[in-house]
Design a protein around this ligand. Sequence first.
Ligand code: PHE
Length: 342
Amino acid sequence: MNLEELKLDELRADALDKLRRADSEKALSELKTLLFGKAGTLTALMRTLKDIPPEQKPQAGKLINDVRVELIELCNAQEKVLHKKAIDAALNAESADLTIDKPIRAVGAIHPLNQIRKRLTDYFVGNGYIVYDSPEVETDYYNFQALNIPPDHPARDMQDTFFINDGILLRTQTSGGQVRLMEQYKPPLKMICPGRVFRNDDDSTHSPVFHQMEGLVVDKNVTLCDLKGTLEGFAKFIFGDDTVIRFRPSYFPFTEPSVEVDVSCFNCHGSGCRVCKNTGWVEILGAGMVNRKVLENCGIDPDEYHGFAFGMGLDRITMIQCGINDIKQLWENDVRFLRMFR
Ligand code: PHE
């Protein structure tokens, strides 16, 4: 075999032609295998070198190599061009048309009950209270006995209890959190305890599951006056600056004296309306000075420390705030309803 028989020019022209027609990365990669692969044209060409007469070998070797290097460089350059083209095409295909007018996915809303709970929590935390979590499944001791409600005490009838078994129940009030906190920490104490409570009650304003927020302050020299000031500040924050509160005497076994707290109607400002049932006042919580017996039960000396406690119904506050008549609406989780309070 001699140099002419290698048909180098023909081979080069053919490769260039194929290269021109390789219009995708895949086609180019196939072409590279065809030229430089194990069975590739140029690989084969290199192998024929051994059949060339010795005097032509140096020249033939150089010519073959020149063509090989030229083709490799051209292929590499073309590869870059095709790669960029592929990226551009992908970007174009994936681009988002921001002008398209499509209905967006339904967006939910924070439940009004959670909005109220968060506002109340913010208020008390801002005033130095800690947020305390107390169990929903509770013992008779924490829910009743430690709160000065012994077995067979008539006050147990105020709250129709779900019992799990002997001595274990679903808490009927968050007041058990008072006892757990006082057992765990030494005064001075300032805490709120929001959470779910359970009573066997079911009508348009009562649900077997509802929410309370307990409050407790224990320190030296705490008075009923402090309780009133605290609740007044809270009422103004929630219902507006012109809100006033009033205390009515009441009874809870764990507070002495005990009060029922009303706020002036934020809806009619006292002139009488549906919200306040024409009384000008809306009842929002129960409260009082922590009973000495409760302090004693928790190992706190009632001669050294005094405390006040309050407990409010979050569902009730949410309902009067949002104008909701039926407590069931708080449970239906109809987004259209929830979105009204965004
Ligand atoms: N636990 C009482 C209730 O559920 C409310 C309350 C709490 C009253 C704290 C006084 C002090 O009715």
